[in-house]
Design a protein around this ligand. Structure first.
Ligand code: HGY
Ligand code: MN
Ligand code: MN
Length: 410
């Protein structure tokens, strides 16, 4: 079995076919926000490919889809997978690679007439990005029992409709039980989405865990007023407070130092007009760190700055937690396996944490879990210019193939 290899042309074709759905004009990227029509079309394509591979398909109440290949024995499957929803400026590899490489592994085994001891499953989880419906990793969080289904179905999107309404609208409100029974193990292939592997000229990342994530939405209310007639000392300008906070988030991350990061990704002023001091401002703050205590300290420092700045400007503040996940450490044995398989395939490999959130961090709550990273050119992701070379895609998918086989025959 050690001579088995994936078919990179077939994998590239799968990636291209999926990327054609929600394609971003003039780029290789695609936009398929969770539970939109584009997401539905992408789901339908992948489900059809699962059917073509003879997988048994199950869809649960949050719209997670799992395709399972029977093993020689029954019992919990060795699972792989990721997500096929994207951000608005998505690339074709983020999430999609993990799902489609999983299908490629199945096709290699079927073509070779190999049935592993344990069942093998390929999953795509709903709303991993969290960009339309927070928190991120929503589908896998519900899958492992981290959030009751009822609570998840009531989450309102940034554009209004609830998760439940959208799932019904696109026909993916399935009936498979939640929380799901735990897989035997879970391995996710994903692009790094950062610069480390490329800078270190290493092919494979054996991912050791995922850093902690803190998302909050802040709404500041001031007083709309005339931009021309209102003297500066009489203003209650929430736009000023929001801008000061965005600057502070950057300063805070630089002050704490690597790996702390901070981002204000969404910012809306109302009424958002050139000659009106805004009435209110709503923005998001994304803080992350591999160390929980430092992440907490950064949240605390931001909260203090926000309160003081809003008060000084005569504005009021409302904050809403969108996501809060502590750092996760993956299973040492599965990490060893990833590293071992990469070396046996002749690839350089580096142990490293993940800066991005992933479904694997949820599966790690219920079964031995690890991830495989491949390089991202210029470290770019959440950008249509996201790119991973065929050589690196092939390397990652082959490491996935042999790690899954090792687990499925263990
Ligand atoms: O936000 C993240 O890290 C992931 O892309 N959902
Ligand atoms: Mn992803
Ligand atoms: Mn992403």
């Amino acid at each position: 079995m050690s001579e088995l290899r994936i078919d990179i042309d077939r994998l590239q074709q799968r990636l291209a076919d999926l990327a054609s759905i929600g394609a971003i004009e003039g780029t290789e990227g695609c936009a398929r926000l969770a539970l939109t029509d584009e997401d539905k079309e992408g789901r339908d394509l992948v489900v059809a490919q699962m059917r073509d591979l003879g997988l048994e398909i199950s869809i649960d109440g949050i719209g997670n889809v799992v395709g399972t290949m029977a093993g020689q024995l029954d019992g919990p499957p060795v699972m792989t997978g990721s997500h096929i929803d994207t951000v608005r400026t998505g690339g074709r590899y983020d999430g999609n690679l993990g799902v489609l490489a999983g299908l490629e592994v199945i096709e290699v085994l079927k073509t070779a007439g190999i049935t592993p001891k344990r069942p093998l499953a390929v999953a795509f989880f709903t709303d991993e990005e969290g960009a339309r419906f927070a928190p991120d990793m929503l589908g896998s969080l519900v899958y492992v029992g981290g959030m009751p289904l009822e609570e998840a179905l009531e989450i309102e999107g940034i554009d209004g409709p609830t998760v439940g309404a959208e799932l019904t609208r696109i026909g993916y409100d399935g009936s498979a039980p939640l929380p799901a029974s735990a897989p035997h193990s879970f391995v996710e292939l994903h692009i790094e989405q950062g610069p480390v592997l490329e800078v270190e000229t290493v092919t494979i990342g054996a991912v050791t865990g995922v850093q902690g994530i803190s998302w909050q939405e802040v709404t500041i209310t001031g007083q709309s007023n005339h931009a021309g007639t209102t003297p500066m000392h009489l203003r209650k300008d929430p736009g000023f407070v929001a801008a000061a906070c965005a600057n502070f988030v950057r300063e805070l991350a630089l002050d704490i130092g690597h790996p702390q990061v901070g981002t204000v990704g969404r910012l809306e002023l109302r009424p958002n007009l050139v000659n009106v001091v805004p009435a209110s401002a709503t923005f998001t703050v994304d803080l992350r760190n591999t160390d929980e205590a430092t992440l907490r300290a950064s949240e605390h420092r931001f909260a203090e700055f926000l309160a003081a700045t809003a008060e000084a400007e005569g504005c009021t503040v409302e904050t809403r937690e969108l996501a809060r996940f502590e750092p996760v450490v993956f299973d040492p044995d599965v990490i060893d396996m990833v590293e071992q398989e990469a070396k046996e395939l002749g690839h350089s490999v580096l142990r490293m944490p993940s800066g991005a959130g992933h479904d694997a961090q949820m599966l790690a709550r219920v079964c031995p879990t690890a991830m495989i990273f491949t390089q991202s050119r210029d470290g770019l992701s959440h950008n249509p210019l996201e790119y991973t070379s065929a050589t690196d895609l092939e390397a990652g998918a082959n490491v996935l193939l042999h790690t899954l086989l090792k687990l499925a025959n263990s």
